[in-house]
Ligand binder design. Structure first.
Ligand code: PAN
Ligand code: ZN
Length: 186
């Protein structure tokens, strides 16, 4: 029998993925127009500021039915005005596709919003495990002072629907208030 190398290596302390099929996406402030509430603070910041990076093991072609994708997101600490750095957030294009998230490093919140616009939040910390059911939009928020690294595994045909979030946004925001993270709805 021919023993082969695994598809990739994960550094479980940092989340870093290493492998031939690992792709990397960098999201800077300039890619996040309209995401943060304070537009004046947003336009005064350097558009090249990196807000988050995502490494994805594309063992299956994205879009292919039946496979799984695996990734790590690195969300840097920072704020736009008093609102913490966060991911764009999305529903899956195939709405019923679910996903697992798990905390690796840092601390933050996972915002979960249903199709009626009801948003809940879960604490993210090293070892936290989050099940994101289908039909639920999800967004990470870094409320800490170090990088928030979060692992994820999702169906390769899930896709990302960013448009619905861009149109309506999430119904909750996470801002610093009196030195602490506070959620604001409405
Ligand atoms: C994650 C996210 C990742 C970046 O891999 O895609 O955290 O967030 P945005 O896609 O909202 O920019 C995932 O949920 N995949 O389905
Ligand atoms: Zn997702």
């Amino acid at each position: 029998m021919n023993i082969q190398q695994p598809a990739a290596k994960v550094n479980w302390a940092t989340g870093n993925l290493e492998g031939k099929k690992v792709s990397k996406t960098v999201r800077k402030l300039k890619h996040l127009e309209g995401v943060f509430a304070d537009e004046e603070a947003y336009s005064s910041m350097d558009p090249e500021t990196v807000v988050y990076e995502v490494e994805v093991l594309e063992q299956e072609q994205p879009g292919k039915e039946g496979g799984l994708l695996f990734g790590t997101s690195y969300l840097y600490p920072g704020k736009v005005g008093d609102e913490y750095f966060m991911t764009k957030g999305h529903f899956h294009e195939k709405r019923d596709r679910a996903e697992y998230y798990w905390g690796i490093r840092g601390s933050g919140l996972l915002l979960l919003m249903d199709e009626q616009g009801v948003t809940t939040a879960e604490q993210v910390f090293p070892g936290s495990l989050h099940y994101v059911p289908g039909h639920i939009a999800h967004r990470l928020v870094n409320t800490g002072s170090e990088v928030l690294a979060v692992g994820a595994c999702w169906p390769s045909d899930a896709g990302h629907d960013y448009g619905s979030i861009a149109d309506r946004g999430f119904t909750a925001r996470v801002k610093e208030s009196g030195g602490k993270a506070a959620t604001e709805t409405g």
